[in-house]
Write a protein that binds this ligand. Structure first.
Ligand SMILES: *Cc1c(COP(=O)(O)O)cnc(C)c1O
Length: 363
């Protein structure tokens, strides 16, 4: 087997656990449960263990494979499937998950039948679309009816609650008003079924600011949260929150320099398309010193999501396996064989942890 050292992603497990603790504590103080969403690091078991050590008692992913890996590793807690199930994965959803988010009556019927077949009780959360326009019922009367059908007609399902997702497609802010709409739907369902729902699931990291601001509508009692814990800096970058009580350096990506030369900045010859079939625009900055790294978009998804730790380095471009950086103004000298460090963002974290060419090292 080929043994390569770079690129490598170092993950500080203690920092990750402390981030979980900080967020779980803040949510608990307001009566809100944080379900640990593990897909941001591809469900890597040592990372998932930090969610549990930090205080989460349930775990969630959009991917059944990750949930199965956790169970195989002996992490014996309830699991929630985040992506509304494909009809074809219903048997595996019942086998692996205690909860799932749902928005189609046909799928709910299939879950009910399959749960009966496997002798299990499955707990769906029915999703409302409050304007973000991804999954969920746009027609809330229909949604309330579906909740009642689950409650009254599907013996192998136990309606766990209602939920929403905001911010992921439509970029819609999870305001207190939006989340109050969800609570209102929950109250209508509770009135119709004559009991309290276990969960009113108010969203993902994009709803965390309601906890941080202390204006979460009464009744929302669960968030499904990954990014804000895994990459707490995003709460600062995207929403302007001071999260200095969390670690912003859980991950360090390290890549090796494989060439350093002074070259023109504008390609020389007739320009057609790049490695991905695109026609980029190249800025002519004259001759500059630039370095090539042994990492590419196959490893990280998009090189632009990597941020050099060293001052004066610019990300110039990348193909599948190479990344070009400008080091003309770098504060450190950059030579062949040097190892450079980078911060990563959410998408690159997903790609890097999912790539067999990237070494994951726990520190
Ligand atoms: C991924 C996902 C989450 C968690 O998102 P984060 O931004 O990582 O907190 C929550 N709910 C659903 C439906 C998701 O797909």
């Amino acid at each position: 087997m080929v043994k390569q050292l770079y690129p490598r992603l170092e993950i500080n497990l203690q920092y990750l656990r402390e981030n979980v603790e900080q967020m779980v504590k803040r949510a608990e103080e307001r009566g809100i449960e944080i379900i640990g969403v593990v897909k941001g690091t591809t469900g890597l078991v040592p990372c998932v263990q930090q969610f549990l050590a930090g205080g989460c008692t349930k775990l969630a992913s959009s991917r059944l494979e990750q949930i199965e890996d956790c169970q195989t590793a002996g992490l014996d807690v309830p699991y929630l499937l985040l992506r509304v199930p494909m009809l074809t994965e219903v048997p595996e959803v019942i086998r692996l998950c205690d909860y799932s988010l749902n928005s189609e009556i046909r799928v709910l019927r299939a879950l009910n039948e399959e749960a009966g077949r496997q002798g299990k009780i499955h707990r769906p959360i029915i999703m409302a679309d409050l304007g973000d326009l991804r999954e969920g019922y746009w027609d809330h009367d229909e949604m309330v009816d579906v909740c009642c059908q689950v409650e009254n007609e599907m013996d192998n399902l136990e309606l766990a609650g209602v939920g929403v997702n905001l911010g992921c497609y439509g970029s819609i802010l999870a305001t207190a008003d939006k989340l109050q709409e969800l609570v209102d739907i929950a109250r209508r369902v509770e009135e119709r079924i004559g009991r309290k729902l276990e969960y009113v699931s108010g969203g993902a990291t994009s709803s965390l600011m309601r906890i941080l601001d202390g204006d979460m509508p009464e009744g929302v009692n669960m968030l499904r949260c990954g990014e804000g814990i895994l990459l707490s800096q995003d709460l600062d970058r995207f929403y302007g929150y001071d999260v200095s009580y969390m670690h912003e350096d859980v991950y360090t990506l390290k890549a090796e320099v494989i060439e350093v030369k002074t070259k023109p900045t504008h390609p020389v010859g007739t320009i057609t398309v790049d490695a991905f079939g695109h026609k980029p625009v190249y800025e002519d900055r004259g001759m500059r010193r630039r370095a090539l790294l042994g990492i590419g978009n196959v490893d990280c998804g998009n090189y632009q999501e990597l941020t050099p730790r060293d001052a004066g380095i610019d990300m110039v471009g990348a193909s599948s396996d190479h990344t070009i950086i400008d080091v003309e103004d770098a504060e450190r000298s950059v030579e062949v064989g040097d190892i450079l460090s980078f911060d990563v963002d959410y998408a690159s974290l997903c790609y890097l942890t999912n790539c067999r060419n990237v070494h994951i090292v726990y520190v």
